[in-house]
Write a protein that binds this ligand. Structure first.
Ligand SMILES: Cc1cc2nc3c(=O)[nH]c(=O)nc-3n(C[C@H](O)[C@H](O)[C@H](O)COP(=O)(O)OP(=O)(O)OC[C@H]3O[C@@H](n4cnc5c(N)ncnc54)[C@H](O)[C@@H]3O)c2cc1C
Length: 495
């Protein structure tokens, strides 16, 4: 059997894999990137294609030149998105939240292709048509077994970066308990209820839509949403997603039904230039980032590490920064010769402490946990009632101190007044009583307190492996308090 040796092996040719491989190579490591798809389909994936401010280098760290990608007209399809809209048209509700300037609906295929080009240019060996089907380990993860162009190949390496997406099977192949860890293995394998299922098409409309500067979401009968993300005023990425702990929804049929009932989509059809290959569905991670994304010789990034926003399902940026972090840590560990959990802990530290967005995503997941306990009609009524800043706190990933102060204003008294003013026919239409609504809105305020407590705990995420178990006990105590507040039986608890 053919054998190849590299310092860093990256599985996955998506956003996380490219950021990881490019960063490790730029830091001086020898890197191979393995992708099961052929080159011409690399980086191609089911996606709503909405992406925040690609020119902002703080959001996209590392050697990948996002500015150059964003300047490419084939990638940057709609750079004028400046708002998010929540529309519950049945109820006459429209909430408008500001979105960062220069945000985009991109062409995901062209974007993926440019990422792969840049990654190769930074010195990464890319092996396409290469399916990883096993992991080798000996105290630490030592490499993978793969089939490349139909031939078996063994890849040996110092560090394996698992960037194989939300449906990564790499984690199932590693026997984490058998690795040389100082205490118990810290790596936590996700459960299927932590995922969502999503599907999209790209359609052409005869007339321009009036929301060409907005990414639009609207409710679904289960926890999830339908989206309309305009690439151009007449070319719309439409899709839907829901969480897998709910009743399954036939996604393509449900989307068709929605499109057929929208006046602006009368006469719309799947865009010819995209045809059937752009009707795509996939799993999506809707959980908090893994408590620890490292094991001896192993790092997880992107969908495989749960760095997706569990309410909105947005994961491009999380994949970029976690990929960067994994690549940087892998190169450092190779240079230091320490491939243990201690040596690789920097990946967790950077994401949770220094960069901090993993902490933000993990804290916001409390809204997903609480939302899953509420009937979807009550959720709709709550969304109709909540002030826009409050919704922004739930769907956003960035908060500054000034924001926090203003959010503290939305307290129980204010909500009581809002409910008394709100049209009762709206609630009746949903079959939601004022009492139920009041209880649920109070629940949101209560959940927000827990979000702040999670933020506090994650701000103290361990700097090194040594104190992880103590920190984890504290975090798990907060989980228990939160579940008690929500009155959740053990089988209903997300983690
Ligand atoms: C329908 C849908 C809509 C979405 N909309 C948005 C959006 O609008 N905005 C946003 O920011 N995020 C969105 N997301 C989420 C976002 O697409 C993901 O979070 C992101 O793509 C994750 O990137 P990744 O690199 O971790 O994984 P992926 O992009 O999934 O890449 C993983 C790669 O690994 C390869 N691979 C897997 N297993 C193996 C193996 N055994 N051997 C070799 N190769 C393997 C796969 O072929 C794939 O190319 C959406 C997701 C879905 C499903």
């Amino acid at each position: 059997m053919a054998k190849e040796t590299y310092e860093v092996i990256v599985v996955g040719g998506g956003v996380a894999g490219c950021f990881a491989a490019a960063t490790a190579a730029a830091e001086g490591a020898s890197v191979v990137q393995l992708e099961r798809k052929p080159r011409e389909q690399g980086g191609y994936i089911a996606c709503g294609d909405a992406m925040k401010a690609p020119r902002d280098s703080k959001k996209y760290p590392g050697p990948i030149d996002m500015g150059a990608i964003a300047d490419d007209d084939d990638v940057l399809i709609n750079g004028n998105i400046d708002q998010i809209e929540w529309r519950d048209e049945e109820l006459g509700v429209r909430k408008v939240l500001p979105y960062e300037d220069n945000s985009n609906v991109i062409d995901r295929y062209e974007f993926g292709q440019r990422l792969l080009d840049q990654t190769a240019a930074l010195g990464v060996d890319q092996h396409f048509d290469t399916v990883v089907n096993d992991v080798t380990q000996d105290g630490r993860v030592t490499g993978v077994e793969a089939v490349r162009d139909g031939e078996p190949v063994t890849y040996e390496g110092d560090v394996l970066i698992d960037a194989a997406g939300a449906q990564s099977i790499i984690q199932e192949m590693v026997d984490f308990e058998a690795l040389d860890t100082p205490g118990a293995a810290t790596f936590e394998e996700p459960h299927y209820t932590h995922f969502g299922s999503a599907y999209r098409e790209i359609i052409e409309t005869p007339e321009p839509v009036e929301y060409e500067n907005a990414i639009v979401g609207k409710p679904l009968e289960e926890m999830g949403y339908i989206w309309y993300f305009p690439r151009t005023p007449t070319e719309i990425n439409v899709g839907l997603g829901f969480q897998m702990n709910k009743e399954p929804i036939p996604l393509a049929d449900r989307l068709k039904q929605d499109i057929q009932n929208r006046p602006e989509y009368r006469g719309a059809r799947v865009a010819e230039k995209f045809d059937k290959k752009d009707k795509l569905g996939a799993a999506i991670a809707l959980r908090r980032p893994l408590d620890s994304m490292v094991a001896p010789g192993y790092l997880a990034a992107g969908g495989a590490a749960g760095t997706t926003h569990s309410i909105t399902g947005k994961g491009i940026r999380g994949a970029a920064f976690s990929g960067y972090s994994a690549g940087r840590t892998a190169a450092m560990a190779v240079e230091d010769g320490d491939l243990s959990e201690y040596g690789l802990w920097e990946h967790n530290r950077w994401l949770y402490r220094e960069h901090g967005e993993a902490a933000m995503l993990a804290s916001r997941d409390a809204y997903n946990v609480a939302g899953s306990t509420i009937d979807v009609n009550i959720l709709r009524a709550v969304a109709a009632l909540l002030p826009e800043e409050e919704i922004r706190d739930i769907v956003g990933t960035e908060t500054n101190v000034a924001d926090l102060k203003s959010k503290a204003l939305v307290g129980a008294g204010v909500i009581k007044n809002l409910i008394s003013e709100y049209r009762s026919d709206t609630f009746e239409q949903l079959g939601v009583s004022k009492e139920e609504l009041y209880e649920s809105v109070t629940g949101v305020i209560e959940t927000r307190k827990y979000v702040r407590s999670y933020e506090d705990i994650y701000s103290r995420y361990p700097e090194d492996r040594g104190t992880f178990e103590n920190w984890l006990s504290e975090r798990n105590r907060l989980d228990s308090d939160f579940y008690d507040a929500l009155d959740l039986a053990p089988e209903e608890q997300k983690y």
